[in-house]
Design a binder for this molecule. Structure first.
Ligand SMILES: [Zn+2]
Length: 367
């Protein structure tokens, strides 16, 4: 164990990440992107989730401390994504705040399908003004503090289908067959809301270098690729035309359409954990050499949860040796690190990166 803790060099982290995404050969080390959710921040900071959400100062500090503790090259406000927090904004603006359940050590949840239970709920759905949502004001305020404190650019994470599921619940899948027009009307309203959120984030945080898109429709077990394009992909294309910011796709499902979607939409990176076969990712990299891989096959519900630190290190090694030598690779366990992953296993990732991921362009491929 090292006894002296070196101060975290966030400027070096920003450079490392930007070099990994651009494919620069002058990168010192494979960057590390852990996805630490509210539960992990609460666990490390000792604050409840509500305390963090109520105070931008506390939230920003908890995020910086936690990501430094994890030896991460990224830092962000995990709630600033259009999942539960966007659902909450819709619930509040449509007088359905009582459908939200609060917890101390994990993020609040909306009762799925409550906000858009009926056809008229969708037709009359009011689009939130994010600058008037206390939650979103606090989230971007926290992100701004991070930006000022450690000079790490912040933005929001956008996604559409995840919000459909929150607002319409299981009925959304029935709508696909029975009333696609109604479902598209809902998608259209959520799209409008995402734009409002994006432009509000630019007001507070400035224009981002890239935006992460959560594309939960793009899973084979959820729907056909055609439906995924219709209810999410086409909106991503529109967003791309509208905001003109490079996009990274996050999809933590077990049967993702990564190849199919990269043939349809330009992403600068994909972030996922499946398929688990490393060979898939080696082939993916050959087919899409300009698309950065954030993750590959390190899944938080496998080695990290059930394995030993040695197992985790081996997974990190497998990913790095196979994918990092060609560039555009970021080591990332996907998705959010669950409560219950041992700290020893978590810390095996940065240790593995330090062991195997220095000067990745000089690494010999493991063949
Ligand atoms: Zn995810």
């Amino acid at each position: 164990m090292e006894m002296i803790k070196m101060p975290h060099n966030w400027n070096a982290s920003v450079r490392r990440v930007m070099k990994a995404i651009s494919g620069s050969k002058r990168i010192d080390k494979v960057p590390y992107l852990p996805l630490a959710g509210e539960d992990t921040l609460a666990r490390i900071s000792g604050k409840t989730v509500r305390e963090l959400l109520d105070s931008p100062e506390l939230y920003a500090k908890a995020a910086i401390d936690s990501y430094e503790f994890l030896q991460s090259d990224f830092v962000s406000i995990p709630t600033a994504y259009t999942g539960p927090a966007e659902a909450l904004a819709f619930a509040e603006f449509n007088s359905k705040a009582d459908a939200i359940e609060w917890y101390d050590y994990k993020i609040f949840m909306l009762q799925q399908g409550e906000v858009c239970k009926t056809k008229s709920d969708i037709e009359n759905l009011i689009i939130p003004d994010h600058s008037k949502s206390k939650l979103w004001v606090n989230l971007f305020e926290a992100a701004k503090i991070i930006q000022q404190e450690i000079n790490y650019p912040q933005n929001c994470i956008l996604g559409l289908w995840g919000v459909v599921q929150e607002l319409r619940g299981i009925q959304a899948y029935r709508d696909m067959r029975r009333d696609p027009e109604l479902l598209l009307k809902l998608c259209e309203k959520i799209y409008e809301s995402l734009l409002d959120l994006y432009y509000y984030s630019v007001d507070i945080l400035g224009k981002p270098n890239f935006i992460t898109i959560v594309g939960y429709a793009f899973n084979k077990h959820m729907m056909s690729f055609e439906d995924a394009m219709k209810y999410e992909g086409d909106f991503i294309k529109r967003l791309q035309k509208e905001i003109k910011i490079p996009l990274i796709l996050h999809n933590c499902g077990t049967t993702p359409y990564f190849e199919e979607i990269c043939n349809e939409i330009d992403f600068i990176g994909v972030n996922g954990s499946h398929p688990l076969d490393i060979q898939y990712w080696i082939e993916f990299q050959k087919k899409f050499p300009k698309v950065a891989i954030l993750g590959a096959n390190i899944d938080v519900s496998r080695e990290l949860f059930y394995g030993t630190p040695q197992d985790v290190e081996e997974k990190v090694k497998e990913n790095i040796l196979n994918l990092a030598p060609n560039g555009r690779y970021i080591c990332s366990p996907v998705c959010s690190i669950p409560w219950g992953v041992s700290l020893l296993n978590m810390m095996a990732i940065p240790r593995g990166i330090n062991k195997y991921g220095k000067e990745p362009f000089k690494l010999k491929k493991n063949e």
